[in-house]
Ligand binder design. Sequence first.
Ligand SMILES: [Zn+2]
Ligand SMILES: [Zn+2]
Length: 305
Amino acid sequence: MERWELNILGCGSALPTTKHFLSSQVINLRGKLYMIDCGEGTQLQFRVMKLQFQRLSHIFLSHLHGDHCFGLPGLISTLGLMGRTADLYVHAQPDAEKIFRPMLDYFCKELPFKVIFNSFNPAKHQLIWEDRSVNVYTIPLKHRVPTAGFLFEEKPKQSHIIREMIDFYHIPVSQINNIKSGVDFVTPEGEVIPNQRLTKPAEPPCRYAYCSDTAYSEKIIPYIEGVDLLYHEATFSNEDLARAKETFHSSAEQAARIAQAAHVKKLILGHFSARYPDETILLKEAQAVFPNTILANERMKIDFS
Ligand SMILES: [Zn+2]
Ligand SMILES: [Zn+2]
């Protein structure tokens, strides 16, 4: 079954509250799990959301503020206790390896698997990971420390064959994969049947963008143009714009303006400041600009395939 599901493990900002966990999400792409950020409590939420540890092979860290990465050593230690043997990739800026490698060497001496740090330059927009399912690009963000968001782009799918046309032209099974990948069919008599007559185009690839933490930055718009889903931080309400500016965070309305300018299909707000007991104020401010906005919440699963 085709699946592209976003799981929200935590969507609070730096100060702990009883309402929110710290930043972490998991994309489930047809059973493969890709984690974005790993705040404290991530491994507990992983369990609560019934995600399978052995399906996780990639962790992407946006930046090295504690609320986005303090959960990493604990999670890795747990994976070791569970007897994992498959390599685990941590995609992050170069300092991540300098910080976490000594911790792993100290606390996880007998780790039965390799932790591979894939370093990237957060100031650049580049492809940092590619496999059969997905391309992952960085999105340079504007924050107090070097920070990158991530764009997950599904690999283009094959076209769908039109069964009646395949039967009509007596196309052999051995040719079906070629037809799905766009090749024309030539009959034994030499007649060329154009591929468009035999196939329907595949659905456009799914695209998801994660932008947290960041001040308002129009520079990201070209990178996230038209994505199916945008997660954008909305730490503050308009009442606290000065604080947002000072701390290099965004307001909900600013997140909505980015969503609107980038023509995204849907916006999900997160990284909420602990100062708002009720985040409806953030939702209202965003929806006034970009109506198709929702609030993130722990244990939320969004299927957008
Ligand atoms: Zn943060
Ligand atoms: Zn931060």
